[in-house]
Design a protein around this ligand. Structure first.
Ligand SMILES: Nc1ncnc2c1ncn2[C@@H]1O[C@H](COP(=O)(O)OP(=O)(O)OP(=O)(O)O)[C@@H](O)[C@H]1O
Length: 452
């Protein structure tokens, strides 16, 4: 179904400087937000990729980067194999001009009203891009092209709709006009950024079906962005496309829609699935499959796998013989030590190790973990937070903290950025291959226990 790559993102990163107050800007270095981190993704002709993730995870930034609207701070973006930003910066050695690339990469936003000029009729809004790009068309040709597309999206009689102003259209009609405007230029790729989210539920499916019909007809690819996993699944599955899951700027899972949704591999995808009521989540999992509901600050994201601070399957070090549930509590304790949120005074007032461990919720630890943890708690009681953090890190550092896994966004296979599916350097007998292995079993590395 799909063909040559239209857009190829390689190790793309986008960092923004965070807005600071006037006084802060005088005294502090600017803080940066890593909106997108090290993402590789290939979108072939006539393909659909649906990106899903919580608000602020970088979907829009990645989408804008893919269509040449946002310049990446790292990595490369290629249009049909030609460096897009190099072309923008004046490299004329390639086949395509930058303007041609941009014409071929269109967008439909969540709020079509904002994209339409309230003082222009539908016809005037729609002929404007044709006037600019298809200069050989006569006035009658342009009008005919607009009318035929309006009819194609069900806006009939086209002449009536063509002479309306945006305020005379419903939300669904405005969205159709926005889609027509994107399609008029025969683009290779349309970024549909939350393009159906503002529509009534009943209209969403209709709009997605229309997008799919037109995709077939025009041979356009879609990069569909949604915070809603069911919408993403509907569109990607029907188009035989892929679903990509983003977390804190990273693409953590990517693969055929039905596989990713039926058999999610990344623990974060499981959380999204759990949170999407109409995806029929596992009735046995009553609580969210996550250790903490708080999303870390993107200005200071966790090291390694960014999900490790919340992940209920965070991989214990190979020489640690405690089960998953206990390890999770140790990791939570480490988080509290790092954030200095443990009750130091309560610990200081506690006379003995057993009481300190009980106060930290870790009374039942097998030897030698009790002694190790209490050593760290004693440091906290004395106000030595860094020493406590160091002691805990020495014994309980997870491979998930040290090495960022990545998905292979060029593959059409199901790939996942998770150490449960990768070899990691300190796993027994493991090589140093941290590349993606597809179709992993989810088994823990040998020698590790699974739960208490
Ligand atoms: N122009 C900008 N300047 C500074 N920070 C930005 C800018 N654009 C985005 N960000 C930050 O980058 C991160 C990713 O934002 P982005 O809009 O890409 O996420 P998103 O997943 O699309 O979110 P939403 O679903 O809410 O639109 C956020 O932390 C956001 O605050």
């Amino acid at each position: 179904m799909s063909g040559d790559p239209v857009i190829t993102l390689e190790d793309v990163a986008v960092e923004f400087e965070k807005d600071q107050g006037f006084l802060e800007s005088l005294f502090d270095d600017p803080e940066t937000v890593g909106a997108v981190d090290d993402v590789s993704l290939e979108i072939p002709e006539n393909d659909v990729v649906a990106l899903v993730g919580e608000s602020g995870c970088g979907k829009t930034t990645l989408g804008k980067t893919a269509i040449g609207v946002q310049r990446p701070t790292g990595g490369t973006v290629a249009y049909r194999g030609q460096d897009l930003w190099g072309t923008r910066d004046g490299d004329v050695s390639g086949e395509y001009e930058f303007a041609e690339m941009r014409r071929s990469l269109q967008v439909v936003h969540q709020d079509p009203g904002a994209a339409l000029n309230p003082n222009q009729t539908v016809l005037d809004s729609l002929v404007a891009p044709l006037k600019r790009w298809e200069t050989e068309l006569s006035v009658a040709d342009r009008r005919a092209r607009v009318h035929s597309l309006l009819e194609r999206v069900g806006m009939e009689p086209a002449d009536d709709y063509a002479h309306r102003y945006p305020h005379q259209l419903s939300g669904g009609e405005k969205q159709r006009v926005a889609l027509v405007r994107a399609l008029l230029l025969n683009p290779d790729l349309i970024l549909a950024d939350e393009a159906v989210s503002a529509l009534d539920v009943s209209l969403r499916v209709e709009m997605m079906d229309l997008m799919l019909d037109l995709q077939d007809e025009f041979g356009t690819s879609y990069l569909f962005i949604s915070h809603n996993l069911s919408n993403a699944r509907y569109l990607a599955e029907k188009a035989d496309g892929r679903v990509g899951i983003m977390y804190l700027g990273e693409l953590v899972e990517l693969g055929p829609a039905d596989e990713v949704l039926r058999d999610p591999k990344h623990p974060y995808t499981e959380v999204l699935k759990w949170a999407t009521a109409d995806l029929d989540p596992d009735p046995i999992v009553r609580n969210p499959p996550v250790r903490s509901i708080d999303i870390p600050d993107p200005v200071d994201p966790p090291s390694g796998c960014r999900f490790h601070t919340r992940c209920p399957k965070v991989v214990p070090p190979t020489d640690t013989d405690i089960g998953q549930e206990t390890y999770n509590r140790v990791m939570d304790l480490r988080g509290a030590v790092d954030a200095r949120t443990l009750d130091r005074e309560a610990l200081a007032a506690t006379g003995d190790a057993d009481a300190r461990l009980a106060a930290a919720g870790l009374a039942d630890l097998p030897a030698p973990h009790g002694d190790r943890i209490d050593d760290a708690l004693s440091h906290v009681a004395s106000g030595e937070w860094d020493a406590a953090a160091e002691a805990l890190s020495e014994s309980y550092e997870s491979p998930c903290e040290t090495t960022p896994p990545a998905v292979d966004g060029r593959s059409r296979e199901h790939t996942v950025a998770c150490h449960l599916y990768h070899d990691h350097a300190d796993a027994p007998g493991a090589g140093t291959d941290l590349g993606v292995e597809t179709g992993g079993t989810g088994d823990r590395p040998e020698g590790e226990s699974h739960g208490d």
